[in-house]
Write a protein that binds this ligand. Structure first.
Ligand code: MLT
Ligand code: ZN
Length: 384
């Protein structure tokens, strides 16, 4: 049984060659009046993340947000513990889901929709379901957390002379602006691709090689004062209207499709200790440079130290070797081979690069305890 949400995942969590029963949650569209007093919204698993945002009452919002918001469903986003653009401030789905209703492999229903912030009565079933990638149960509804919507968001693209300048700018910016919600890294090569794809001029100045998309509650003057004297800062484009803001976000959110338009690539979704980002990306660049015709397009969530690296132009026969070299490098510096996209079927054989045998045994014991016949999403997380 393969549970299907919006099918926006990138690790083959819903793609299965073997004969199977696909179970779509798209008709689970219940939506109750948002509960402002308790700051909760109760929704069916089939609503999209965009629909949840649109259902939030005035002054409140749901904090998880990402480019695929109009197709990705609540059930899928919980099952994959989706991250996205605001993790640095609000955490991943795990921090924003406070209850689930789910159907187990034996058909029983677990209703953990109580939704208290604190409830230390044994294991946390909702959190067990979050990130389980459809292997433990099929999520049918959820109780989500609402947060106060920030007032006067200031959105800007800061351009830097180099990637290292952009990476080093974040800690001082955060120290001055503790409420930064978004800090997304984009580099010249990626913005060139997006610029061709969107038929717009690259927003970086000619001597700019890296951009930081920043969003922070406050006014442009606050951001200007905080970014003064950042080494390597060469330009700042501040959104002065909603459409400016959308345009700035489009540069970042169009990376996926612009890269896809180039054909097949090695798509990596890496999480790194912040202190290791610069040196690891340098090492990745060296590995990629050794492969003739290959280019790395790096972009993503600098704010929570997770980056997407897509390597283009690698012949199919050398792709697995190059991918392993990069993943081994990432594992060696304490990084993760899946920051936010999950393991799915695509990375199941690589799980032990990140998790110990003891951890994998614990996970397998949980799986066997809840789904003894292995009915739910076989081959996901653990290879068959
Ligand atoms: C993103 O951050 O844009 C998504 O995680 C998808 C991607 O890998 O491009
Ligand atoms: Zn991402």
């Amino acid at each position: 049984m393969v549970p299907i949400g919006g099918q926006t995942g990138l690790v083959d969590g819903t793609v299965f060659d073997e004969p199977h029963v696909a179970i779509s949650t798209e008709r689970l569209r219940s939506l109750t009046e948002p509960d402002v007093l308790n700051a909760r919204i109760r929704v069916g698993a089939g609503l999209t993340i965009g629909e949840v945002h649109a259902s939030c009452p005035n002054g409140w919002t749901f904090a998880v947000d990402f480019g695929a918001r109009e197709s990705a469903t609540v059930g899928g986003a919980i099952a994959t513990n989706a991250g996205g653009l605001r993790v640095m401030r609000h955490g991943t789905m795990r921090r924003n889901v406070v209850g689930v209703e789910a159907v187990l492999a034996d058909g029983s229903i677990v209703d953990d929709m109580r939704g208290l912030d604190k409830d230390n009565t044994g294991y946390d079933i909702t959190q067990l379901m979050a990130g389980s990638e459809g292997t433990l149960a099929i999520i049918t509804a959820a109780q989500l957390k609402l947060v106060p919507a920030p007032k006067n968001l200031c959105t800007a693209l800061l351009s830097f002379a180099s990637r290292d300048d952009a990476i080093s700018a974040l800690p001082p910016l955060q120290a001055r602006l503790p409420d930064i919600e978004v800090a997304e890294l984009m580099l010249r090569e990626g913005l060139d691709l997006v610029s061709t794809h969107l038929r717009r001029t690259n927003p970086l100045p000619p001597d700019g090689n890296a951009g930081l998309l920043i969003e922070v509650p406050g006014f442009p003057e606050t951001l200007a004062a905080a970014s003064e004297e950042l080494p390597g800062l060469i330009d700042a484009a501040v959104a002065s209207s909603l459409s400016d803001r959308r345009n700035l976000f489009a540069w970042r959110e169009s990376h996926t499709e612009a890269i896809k338009a180039q054909g097949s690539s090695i798509k990596l979704d890496l999480s790194l200790p912040r202190s290791m980002i610069g040196s690891t990306l340098d090492a990745v660049d060296r590995l990629v440079a050794a492969e003739e015709g290959a280019t790395a397009i790096t972009y993503g969530h600098l704010g929570d130290s997770s980056l997407h690296v897509s390597i283009l132009g690698v012949p199919d026969e050398s792709a697995p070797h190059l991918e392993s070299l990069v993943l081994e490098l990432v594992a060696a510096v304490g990084g993760s081979l899946s920051a936010e996209h999950g393991i799915g079927r695509k990375r199941a054989s690589q799980l032990s690069l990140r998790r110990s045998q003891t951890e994998i045994s614990i996970m397998k014991a949980v799986k066997a305890g809840l789904d003894e016949h292995g009915l739910l999403n076989p081959g996901v997380i653990f290879s068959i």
